[in-house]
Each structure stands twice: as structure tokens, then as C-alpha cells.
Design a protein around this ligand. Structure first.
Ligand SMILES: NC(=O)C1=CN([C@@H]2O[C@H](COP(=O)(O)OP(=O)(O)OC[C@H]3O[C@@H](n4cnc5c(N)ncnc54)[C@H](OP(=O)(O)O)[C@@H]3O)[C@@H](O)[C@H]2O)C=CC1
Ligand SMILES: O=C(CO)COP(=O)(O)O
Length: 344
């Protein structure tokens, strides 16, 4: 059955997901916060700022007026950077009077509050929310918008609601799985960006595939350690939103986080890198949040903490790599096994 769906955020991911929904016969209102950009999208039938050269299918209209964009819709997809989330949620709350199903597709953790995005949504707009569903997994907008086969996972506390969203998005090029582990799905999606930044750095330094494989594997180990402490199922980290998203983000030139890391590894400063990207690099803020989470939950996260020192304390990248390599010897699985047993 055809629905009208509002997507908040006319960046690369919001636009690519609008295309999936329009391909499935739905009517999509793509809300953007910049009037000229919205006009351009409607005139060009393309989002040339974020996905140049990709023609939008019929069924997508860009909106600048949020009230118009939200009128009488039952499903709203949040595709804005984590940093903008609260502000956008508050604006939605001031307009919407009925209960809506919320899908969020953003990958981050809020520093200081240390809330996952679904928790932030609950804090801000619980009274207008029917269900919250997160959609995550290895899925670069650049490829989804070219209809290249992609798989993702939707997770929710309410599996029926997750299945509804699975049906809404699923098609021949976009395969959607379900998972009930909201914590694991959100933690995996957010924290893989930290490791992608680090992988970009080691590539930028000219280190090889061995270093990258080590980062990805040990990175997943520390993400899993934290996730399990926070209540996630360890198996989720072996799935699309764990190892799957880690692989795509650490190895793809499409990744904003990998590209930012690569420039850092080549000697650019953090400010120079962020100024030159023109798109959100979630991993920077998430590194701060994960550093705080590792202290709160008393979980060892050596890669995250080394990156934190590079990004926020001006530490030398090569020295941090040396320090990581020179730590005292240990068993590969030692803390992970203890943690998983503890949580059982
Ligand atoms: N790109 C991808 O392939 C994927 C991205 N994601 C996640 O999706 C989220 C969005 O990323 P992505 O689309 O890539 O980001 P982009 O940088 O491509 O676009 C972000 C969009 O959000 C808008 N925006 C920024 N601040 C605000 C605000 N305060 N109010 C309203 N809109 C705002 C931007 O508007 P403006 O143009 O005016 O700045 C822009 O349209 C991130 O959390 C990312 O991790 C997840 C999977 C894949
Ligand atoms: O999450 C993503 C792919 O699954 C996108 O990653 P980047 O934000 O690094 O581009």
C-alpha cells in the first residue's frame, strides 16, 4: 500500500532513502533546512549538492516549510546529523499533534548526555511517538542512489513496528533485515565511525593492510566490549550493523569518516579537514562520547582513547600508534570472554 512519508534532512542519506521509498511507489516529502537548496532539488529533480549526477525518481518533492512537510503523515524518517537531532525533534514536537512512527537513520552518540539517538528521541518527543525504529547497516548513499545491491537492518523495541518499516523500504536492490537489539544496532552504527577515522589515518600515514585489519578487528573488540556492558547482544556486532558497517566504512572511498581520517593522516589539522569535507563526519563527536562512555562503564577502549588524544589533546599520531603497539602482552579474547560471561 502506498504511503506518504516525510524525510527530515535533505543531505546524502536522506535523499538516497527518499529514492528507495519512491522506487517502492511511496510519496516522499524531503524536508531541507535551506530554502535555495530545496528549490534546486525541485527544479533539477536531483540533489546536486549532495548526490551529483543522480536523477531523482518521480514521487519525491522537497519542502522547506516543516509544517507543510509534516501535514497528516504517520511515518517520519529523521536523517539529520546527530548534532542537529534535538533541535529538529523539538521543531517536530511543536507542530505534530497525532502520534507518529519515527525511523531514525543517524549514526552517533550525544557527548555529555551519552544518550543513544533513540534515547534522545524518547527524551524529546515521547508523547508524539508511536514507535521508534532505527535503520542501520553498510549503506553508502552514493551506492544506494545508484541502486547497487545493499543490505541494512531495522531494529525496534516493537518487532511488529520494525517489520512494518522493513516492508516499507525493502526492494530488489535494498534488502532489509530485522533485529530486536536496539542497543547493539545503535552502538555498532555509531562507534564504527571512530574506527573508520582511525583506518583513514593509518592509510593516510602510508601504513598497510595489516594495520587496517588490526584496527578493524581490535576496533570491533572494543566496540563489542562497550556494547555488551551497555546491554547489547554480542552477536549483533557480528551482523550488518556491526562488522558489516565497519567493513564498508573502513574500506570505502565514499566514507566521510575514512576520508577525514585520511586527510588527518596526511598531516592536515582537524579544523582544516572538517572545513573541507562539506558533509557531516559523525566520528569526531562520537569519539568524544565513546571516550566518556569508556570511563563511565570502565571498559578499556585503547583505539578510541588514542584517537581522542589525537583529535582533542593534540597528541602525535605516530606516537599514539607506537604506544598502542607497545602495550603489555595479553590474551586476544581476555576481557571479552569475561564480559560476555558476566552478562549471561
Ligand atoms: N551518507 C551516508 O551514506 C550515510 C549516512 N548515515 C547517517 O545519516 C546522518 C545524516 O548524514 P548525511 O546525510 O550523510 O549527512 P550530509 O552531511 O550529507 O547531510 C546532512 C543534512 O542535514 C542537514 N542539516 C544539518 N543541520 C541541520 C539542522 N540543524 N536542521 C535541519 N537540517 C540540518 C544538512 O543541511 P545543510 O545542507 O543546510 O547543511 C544536510 O541536508 C548521519 O548521522 C550519518 O552518519 C547513515 C548511513 C549512510
Ligand atoms: O554509515 C555509513 C555507511 O554505512 C556512512 O559512513 P560515513 O558517514 O563515514 O560516510
Amino acid at each position: 500500500m502506498s504511503e506518504t512519508i516525510t524525510i527530515l534532512g535533505a543531505g546524502s542519506w536522506g535523499t538516497a532513502l527518499a529514492m528507495v521509498l519512491a522506487d517502492n511507489g511511496h510519496t516522499v516529502r524531503l524536508w531541507g533546512n535551506e530554502e535555495n537548496h530545496v528549490k534546486e532539488i525541485n527544479q533539477d529533480q536531483a540533489n546536486n549538492r549532495y548526490l551529483p549526477g543522480v536523477e531523482l525518481p518521480e514521487g519525491i518533492t522537497a519542502y522547506y516549510d516543516l509544517e507543510e512537510a509534516l501535514e497528516d503523515v504517520e511515518t517520519v524518517v529523521f536523517a539529520v546529523p546527530t548534532k542537529a537531532f534535538r533541535e529538529v525533534a523539538r521543531r517536530v514536537k511543536s507542530i505534530v499533534k497525532n502520534k507518529i512512527t519515527i525511523v531514525h537513520v543517524s549514526k552517533g552518540i550525544e557527548p555529555d548526555s551519552l544518550l543513544r539517538i533513540s534515547e534522545m528521541l524518547e527524551e524529546e518527543i515521547a508523547d508524539i511517538t508511536k514507535d521508534i525504529i532505527v535503520l542501520s547497516g553498510p549503506s553508502h548513499a552514493e551506492e544506494v542512489s545508484r541502486r547497487i545491491p545493499t543490505t541494512v537492518t531495522v531494529a525496534s523495541k516493537n518487532m511488529e513496528a520494525a517489520q512494518g518499516i522493513q516492508d516499507l523500504f525493502m526492494n530488489q536492490n535494498f534488502r532489509v533485515y530485522t533485529n530486536q537489539d536496539l542497543v547493539g544496532v545503535e552502538i555498532g552504527g555509531a562507534l564504527k565511525n571512530i574506527i573508520a577515522l582511525a583506518a583513514g589515518i593509518t592509510d593516510g600515514l602510508g601504513y598497510g593492510d595489516n594495520a587496517k585489519a588490526a584496527l578493524m578487528t581490535r576496533g570491533l573488540a572494543e566496540i563489542t566490549r562497550l556494547g555488551v556492558k551497555m546491554g547489547a547482544d554480542p552477536l549483533t556486532f557480528l551482523g550488518l550493523t556491526g562488522i558489516g558497517d565497519l567493513i564498508v566504512t573502513c574500506t570505502s572511498v565514499h566514507s566521510r569518516n575514512w576520508r577525514a581520517g585520511n586527510l588527518l593522516g596526511k598531516g592536515k589539522s582537524l579544523d582544516e579537514v572538517l572545513d573541507s569535507m562539506g558533509m557531516v563526519v559523525e566520528g569526531v563527536r562520537t569519539t568524544k562520547a565513546a571516550h566518556q562512555l569508556s570511563e563511565k562503564y570502565q571498559v578499556k577502549m585503547p583505539i578510541t582513547n588514542a584517537l581522542y588524544d589525537v583529535l582533542f589533546n593534540g597528541k602525535d599520531i605516530k606516537q599514539e600508534v607506537e604506544d598502542l603497539m607497545g602495550r603489555s602482552k595479553k590474551h586476544e579474547m581476555e576481557e571479552l570472554i569475561d564480559l560476555v560471561n558476566e552478562e549471561r
